[in-house]
Design a protein around this ligand. Structure first.
Ligand code: NAP
Length: 488
């Protein structure tokens, strides 16, 4: 891949621990595949528990002097990092497309989005304020100050390999924490390239270590059990998130969990069918359906159902599936052949129970990892596509009659991350937005993510919020100080 990059030194394959690039103690490496070609594009150091422990210990040493700097001094380093990321968008996008598969345009978008968390929190770190409380004793004053939680461990998924790091380390570093981060084994190169740029920006050694590995468990066990780690932040599946939360309970760590979703898109009769279809498609098929806030269940009121399906077919008909490096591709492959098989099995389950394939339905001819964007009609709540996160480019379109039924269907899931509705009725906008149990609601809009909003879910989609001014709270402790005897 090096020959594709303007700056080949951004392609790092060792771990970054305490400001140094290192191999694993065992010498073990693991392969990284290009999902479009299935070729091995790099061999990366496979880190274990001992190296993770060293990274955590180095973070503890680095964190105290970093926290003692002014927020303005920390901000200056972070802004430099942001600038370097933006200067290298093209190379970083190529690295991402090569290991993750998303098309170059989406990779460029993610890099800019990733940088925006560094830039935003570099500023927001300057606005961490405290409080003064009136006390019953006139000679005392109560004060609350906010301090960094300390050493943070982070684990991220493969679908947004850069932004899921910066959404965590942006606020953490800005308020004076240090971080040890583990990327997904499918996509370690993007995080390692960001670490290289952090190093060039002058981030002191130990403040951000990156520990890739073929075996997640020993790294996770060390992060969750080590008492130096005061906070654990995770983005990934609900199953793994629950397990890691339980592990963190042993040392009472602060925990943030950004987990899976089962997003409904509710389209009411009064909506514009073409706009609703365009919005639903943008949400459903982005990153080939592999985002936690992707439309998972499209619920359409009966009066507009057929028209909506026709409009969605038109949108899907304009897609071109192919290698993300080809600028004419609109959608890339899915992450692994196993992911493709899982998605296919959900479609097979639906078809066996009577669903009709209205578009697409081709899955990875010749062992490839491409799925034709698929639309399923005649689907019911008994099918797996209603209950499970599909995580692929398959849109099941359910029918409903009344607003109450739509709300009940939307809430009929253990997940509660993002939901969307299309309607022109203001009263309905409020009733439905307030009636559905989700952390985020898009009304006549499905592109809802940005740095400036509190991203996060309820129910089994997790806890905590990332982004916006709320995003710093997860990395701060509140300390109450009572100052007495002020009369003397
Ligand atoms: P996953 O299997 O849960 O993996 C996520 C991360 O957890 C990976 O880095 C994985 O490492 C690691 N991991 C697995 N077992 C571990 C252990 N015992 N200790 C420590 N780390 C461990 O999820 P995924 O399939 O990669 O990602 C897709 C999921 O993420 C979906 O459910 C999606 O909805 C969710 N997601 C949520 C958000 C959000 O903000 N709510 C955003 C993006 C994605 P390995 O790769 O090495 O196994």
């Amino acid at each position: 891949m090096k020959d594709l990059l303007k700056d080949p030194t951004l392609l790092r394959t060792q771990a970054y621990i305490n400001g140094a690039w290192v191999d694993s103690d065992s010498g073990e490496t693991f392969p990284v595949h290009n999902p479009a070609t299935q070729e091995v594009i790099a061999e990366v150091a496979s880190i274990g528990a001992a190296e993770t422990r060293r990274a955590i210990e180095a973070a503890e040493v680095a964190q105290k002097p970093w926290a003692a700097l002014s927020a303005m001094e920390r901000s200056a380093v972070l802004r430099k990092w942001n600038d370097l990321i933006l200067e290298n968008v093209e190379d970083l996008a190529i690295i991402m497309t090569q290991e993750q598969g998303k098309v170059l345009a989406e990779s460029r978008g993610e890099i800019v989005y990733a940088a925006s968390f560094i830039e935003w929190f570099a500023e927001e770190g300057k606005r961490v304020y405290g409080d003064v409380f009136p006390l019953p004793q006139g000679s005392s004053r109560g004060i609350a100050i906010k301090q960094p939680v300390g050493v943070v461990a982070a684990v991220t998924p493969w679908n947004f390999p850069s932004a899921m790091l910066t959404r965590k380390c942006g606020p953490a570093l800005a308020v004076g924490c240090a971080m040890v981060a583990k990327p997904a084994h499918e996509t370690p190169l993007s995080m390692l390239a960001l670490a290289e740029l952090a190093d060039r920006a002058g981030l002191p050694a130990g403040l951000l270590s990156v520990v890739p590995g073929a075996h997640a468990k020993p790294i996770g066990d060390e992060m969750c059990s080590n008492p130096i780690v005061r906070k654990f932040t995770f983005t990934g599946s609900t199953r793994i998130g629950k397990m890691l939360t339980a592990q963190c309970a042993e040392t009472m760590k602060r925990v943030s969990m950004e987990l899976g979703g089962n997003a409904p898109v509710i389209v009411f009769d009064d909506a514009d069918p073409a706009k609703a279809a365009a919005g639903a498609a943008a949400s459903k098929y982005r990153n080939s359906g592999q985002t936690c806030i992707c439309a998972n269940r499209i619920l359409v009121q009966e009066g507009i159902y057929d028209e909506f399906v026709d409009e969605l077919k038109k949108v899907v008909g304009g897609f071109k599936i192919g290698d993300g490096m080809d600028e004419t591709s609109t959608h890339g492959p899915v992450i692994t052949r196993k992911a493709l098989e899982d998605i296919k099995s959900m479609v097979d389950d639906a078809v066996e129970q009577g669903a009709e394939i209205a578009a697409g339905g081709q899955f990875g001819e010749g062992g490839e990892q491409f799925i034709q964007p698929t639309i399923l009609c005649n689907v019911t709540k008994d099918m797996r596509v209603f209950k499970e996160e599909i995580f692929g480019p398959v849109a099941p379109i359910f029918k409903f009659k009344t607003e109450e039924e739509a709300i009940a269907m939307a809430n009929d899931t253990e997940f509660g991350l993002a939901a969307y509705l299309f309607t022109k009725d203001q009263g309905r906008t409020w009733r439905v937005s307030e009636g559905i149990e989700y952390g985020m609601v898009g009304v006549n809009e499905t592109l809802i993510s940005s740095t400036y909003i509190p991203f996060g879910g309820v129910k089994e989609s997790g806890q905590g919020r990332e982004g916006s001014s709320y995003g710093v709270d997860d990395y701060l402790e509140i300390k109450y100080i009572c100052i007495g005897d002020l009369d003397s």
